[in-house]
Design a protein around this ligand. Structure first.
Ligand SMILES: *Cc1c(COP(=O)(O)O)cnc(C)c1O
Length: 396
C-alpha cells in the first residue's frame, strides 16, 4: 500500500480508516484515488519461456486481477490480523457452499445451526447429501453443549449469529472451544454483523463467510460473497474456489469496493435507527416481542454485548396472535418499506415469514405471526409514521 495511506505512527488503523485505505495504492495507478477496473480474460506473455514459466503475478482473468486483489485486500483489512486470505465469490450463497466444500470430504459429518440461512440448509440437504456428507442440525443456543454432538467423522461446525430471521444468538467462542477440542473446524456466516461488528476470526472461527450483497454492496445492485479464513485454511479455500472456476465480474467487484468505503458510516446509522425502530415497535399494542439481540431484554443480549461491537438494521417482530390477513394488511399499507428478498441496501424492507416448516432440531413457536424488518437510511420519523399509518390500516 502506498506510503500516504499509512498511519504515520505505524499504529493499527481503526475500522473506518481501514475501510478508506484498504486495497488502494493510488501511486501505483498514476495517483488516481480508486484502483482501476480490469475487464480481463486473456493475459499475454512476451515470450514462450515466460508463458511456460507462468511468469508474472497474474495468469488469467478468472485467477485474479488487480481489481479482485484490491477488494480481497480491503476485506482482509477489516477481517483483522487472524485473516490469512480472502476469496471472492459471485454471491453469499456461493461463499457458503464453497466454504463447506473446502473442508468437507465424502464420509464426513457437519453440524449446522438450525437457525442457518435457508438456502445454506438446502445446499447441505441436497448437494452435501449427494456427496455422501451427512448433516445434523443443532439448537442454535447449544453453546459448549455442541461437544456431545461431535462424532468421530464430524469435520466442521457451521454457525450463524444471530440466526437468519429468528435472530437467536449463538455463543461462538464456546462453540469454537468445544469444536476445536474435538478436532472440528468452525465456520460462521457472519453476514449480519460483518467483520466490523463481530471479529469472527479473533473469536475462534476458522472460516468466516459474508454475503457482500448486503452491506458491502449496500445499494441493492450487486451480488457478491467472500470467504475469509485463518492462514492454515486460506490455500485450501482459494484452491477450492479456483478449481470450481468461481470468480466475480469486474464491475461487481468495483461496486463492492465502492460500497465498502462507506460501509462504516452506513452501518452506524443502520445500528442506531434499527434499534430505535425496534424499541418503538416493542411498545406497540399489536406487538408481542421484538427479536433483536441489542435489546436488553432479548435472550441473546448478554452474548451480543460481550462479543459484538454493533448491530445492523435487520431484526424481526412477533405480532400478537392474529390472522395472517391482518399482518398482510399492515404490510400492504406500508409505503416506505419494500417487500422482497435480501437486505443491507439503503432502503427499508419488511417481509412476513414462518420458520415452522423449516426448523428440524428445534420447534419454532414464537407465539404469533412474524415480520422481518430492515431499517434503511431514510429519516426514521418518516419510517415510524409509515408504520403508524399501517397499524391503523391493519385494524380497518
Ligand atoms: C443473504 C444471505 C446469504 C446469501 O447471500 P446472497 O448474496 O444473497 O447469495 C447468506 N447468509 C445470510 C445470513 C444472508 O442473509
Amino acid at each position: 500500500m502506498a506510503k500516504k495511506n499509512r498511519d504515520g505512527t505505524g499504529a493499527p488503523l481503526k475500522p473506518n480508516t481501514k475501510l478508506t485505505v484498504g486495497g488502494r495504492d493510488p501511486f501505483a495507478h498514476h495517483g488516481y484515488v480508486n484502483p482501476p477496473v480490469y475487464h480481463a480474460s486473456t493475459l499475454l506473455y512476451e515470450t514462450a519461456e515466460d508463458f511456460l514459466a507462468n511468469k508474472g503475478r497474474y495468469q488469467y482473468g478468472r485467477r485474479g486481477t488487480p481489481t479482485s486483489e484490491a477488494l480481497e485486500n480491503a476485506i482482509a483489512e477489516i477481517e483483522g490480523p487472524m485473516c490469512g486470505g480472502v476469496s471472492l465469490l459471485p454471491s453469499g450463497l456461493a461463499a457458503t457452499s464453497s466454504a463447506l466444500l473446502s473442508v468437507l470430504n465424502s464420509g464426513d459429518h457437519v453440524l449446522v445451526s438450525d437457525s442457518a440461512y435457508g438456502p445454506t440448509r438446502k445446499f447441505c440437504n441436497d448437494v452435501l447429501t449427494r456427496l455422501g456428507i451427512s448433516t445434523t442440525y443443532y439448537d442454535p443456543l447449544i453453546g459448549a453443549g455442541i461437544e456431545k454432538l461431535i462424532q468421530s467423522n464430524t469435520k466442521a461446525v457451521f454457525t450463524e449469529a444471530p440466526g437468519s430471521l429468528s435472530l437467536d444468538m449463538q455463543d461462538i467462542p464456546a462453540i469454537a472451544q468445544a469444536a476445536h477440542a474435538k478436532g472440528a473446524l468452525v465456520l460462521m456466516d457472519n453476514t449480519w454483523a460483518s467483520p466490523l461488528y463481530f471479529a469472527a476470526l479473533e473469536k475462534g472461527v476458522d472460516i468466516s463467510i459474508i454475503s457482500g450483497t448486503k452491506y458491502i454492496g449496500g445499494h441493492s445492485d450487486v451480488m457478491l460473497g467472500a470467504v475469509s479464513s485463518t492462514a492454515a485454511l486460506a490455500t485450501r479455500v482459494k484452491d477450492t474456489v479456483q478449481t470450481m472456476g468461481l470468480c466475480v465480474g469486474p464491475d461487481d467487484m468495483t461496486l463492492g469496493l465502492r460500497g465498502l468505503r462507506t460501509m462504516g458510516v452506513r452501518l452506524a446509522h443502520h445500528h442506531i435507527a434499527g434499534l430505535k425502530a425496534a424499541r418503538w415497535l416493542e411498545q406497540r399494542p399489536e406487538v408481542l416481542r421484538v427479536l433483536h439481540p441489542a435489546l436488553e431484554n432479548d435472550p441473546g443480549h448478554a452474548i451480543w454485548k460481550r462479543d459484538f461491537t454493533g448491530a445492523c438494521g435487520l431484526f424481526s417482530v412477533v405480532f400478537k396472535p392474529m390472522p395472517q390477513e391482518a399482518v398482510n394488511k399492515f404490510l400492504n399499507a406500508l409505503t416506505l418499506f419494500g417487500m422482497g428478498a435480501s437486505w443491507g441496501g439503503y432502503e427499508s424492507l419488511a417481509i412476513p415469514f414462518d420458520l415452522t416448516p423449516i426448523r428440524t432440531a428445534t420447534k419454532w413457536a414464537p407465539g404469533g405471526p412474524c415480520v422481518r424488518f430492515h431499517i434503511g437510511l431514510e429519516d426514521l420519523d418518516d419510517l415510524l409514521a409509515d408504520m403508524d399509518r399501517a397499524f391503523v390500516a391493519m385494524k380497518a
